[in-house]
Design a protein around this ligand. Structure first.
Ligand code: HEC
Length: 405
């Protein structure tokens, strides 16, 4: 019963997380787009009032006209809309999910004894430590003298994150390492909103209310963090969906896969931003970011391609006698505790992903997925059922023999 209710908690949190994330990233994409499409205001009087740019749009059956002020309007409006609860809700629901799945059930999702045999409290402590340290180091880098050199700062942040990806993959299961990496970047993004962007906007409003000339520094700092958030978005979203693709987090050099796909995501986002500003360059859009992004993705696709005959390296013409019954025994002991209509494994109330492996027919219907999970060593989950190497190769060999019955 508890497991069943925890499943519901997970579902509802995930739903909230996705909805809040869409609201946050949607607004963030919109404002980046808006900022990059602003045109100098048409009338002279409007630019005299401090309007830096404006944009006309038609959407949902009406015309909209947005104006951006150089620093602040002469008089603050009675109602001013803020954007922050989307970001905070995304983080709160995401952190709750991280606790529910990856911390509460660290033995299944975070720890892989074949990578590092660490205890549950240790694993959770390290993961939380990574989340906090990522923000502190990133924030210190942005505030250091390096922060004034956009390119150098980007390079150092990229390098630090690559190092983090590598380190996490030496400590946790591939799936857990990817998720902690994504959570660390997502946390940096939300911390940027909470500690830098929103305080900067509050200062702007306070200055206006007190009749002071606003200090442009907090606004510029906020802008820098906004730009970083733009490039962090695609890598974070990749991580959030990566747990459905064992070929990525289960790869032998999974840290390289994580770095390459994150890099590709940042490049693709950079290309979209460049596209927004094409009008400034007479319609020209630099192709380098998209080329780099697609190249990185293509390299990963090629590198992860299974070698023909892999998993059946020692294929024999004749399957050994009793092979099938041995495989059925292995599945029964190592897979069925979870992949059954009524799982016996603690913490599972239904077959994961609806995948039943109770009969030979069910197993035969899912051979390619089973082979992939066994090769990537992502199943049994957290190796909770203690499958041996010998059993793994026996199953792979049987599949390699054409899964003869
Ligand atoms: C401790 C529980 C557990 C055990 C034991 C286990 N699995 Fe899984 N399995 C899961 C979970 C959880 C998922 C869903 C992962 C996700 O979120 O996508 C899964 C997913 C899968 C999938 C992917 C299904 C899809 O939709 O693509 C395959 C294939 C699979 N398992 C095969 C196996 C095989 C083969 C074994 C035995 C060698 C095994 N599993 C043992 C928990 C388990």
């Amino acid at each position: 019963m508890v497991t069943y209710l925890l499943d519901w908690l997970g579902l509802l949190l995930r739903w909230l997380h996705v909805v809040a994330g869409i609201a946050w990233i949607g607004a963030s994409f919109y404002f980046v787009w808006l900022d990059n499409h602003l045109q100098a205001p048409a009338g002279r009087e409007r630019s005299d009032q401090g309007v830096a740019g404006e944009l006309w749009a038609v959407h949902g059956g009406g015309f909209y006209r947005s104006q951006k002020y150089q620093l602040a309007p002469q008089v603050l409006p009675a109602t001013l809309h803020w954007f922050y609860w989307e970001a905070y809700t995304t983080w709160l629901s995401g952190f709750a999910l991280l606790c529910l799945l990856y911390f509460f059930r660290a033995e299944a999702y975070l720890i892989d004894p074949a990578v590092a045999a660490i205890s549950k409290p240790m694993a959770v402590g390290i993961a939380v430590g990574f989340l906090i340290a990522s923000w502190l180091i990133y924030d210190a880098l942005c505030r250091s003298p390096l922060g004034r050199h956009a390119r150098a700062l980007t390079a150092v942040i990229g390098l630090a994150l690559a190092l983090e990806a590598w380190g996490l993959c030496q400590l946790f299961s591939g799936r857990g390492a990817f998720m902690v990496f994504g959570s660390a970047i997502g946390s940096i993004m939300v911390a940027n909103v909470l500690f830098v962007i929103i305080p900067g906007q509050r200062e702007l409003v306070r200055a206006k209310q007190q009749g002071r000339a606003p200090d442009p520094a907090p606004g510029l700092r906020g802008k820098q963090r906004s730009v970083h958030n733009t490039y962090f978005t695609l890598p974070v979203l990749f991580v959030m969906i990566s747990n459905h693709y064992a070929m990525t987090f289960g790869a032998r050099h999974n840290w390289l896969v994580l770095i390459a796909i994150s890099f590709a995501g940042a490049c693709l986002r950079a290309w979209f931003v460049a596209r927004h500003r094409a009008a400034e360059r007479g319609g020209y859009v630099p192709a380098l970011p998209v080329l780099l992004g697609v190249l990185a993705l293509a390299a990963v696709v090629v590198a992860l391609a299974p070698a023909p005959g892999r998993g059946a390296a020692r294929t024999q013409a004749m399957a050994p006698a009793g092979e099938l019954s041995r495989v059925q025994r292995i599945v029964q002991v190592r897979c069925m505790p979870c992949h059954a209509a009524n799982p016996t494994q603690a913490g599972f109330s239904a077959a994961p992903n609806g995948l039943l492996l109770e009969t030979l027919d069910q197993l035969s219907a899912h051979l390619p997925e089973v082979q992939q999970q066994l090769l990537a060593r992502t199943m049994p989950l957290g190796n909770l059922t203690a499958m041996t190497e010998d059993e793994r190769s026996a199953m792979l060999m049987w599949i390699g023999h054409g899964a003869r019955r």
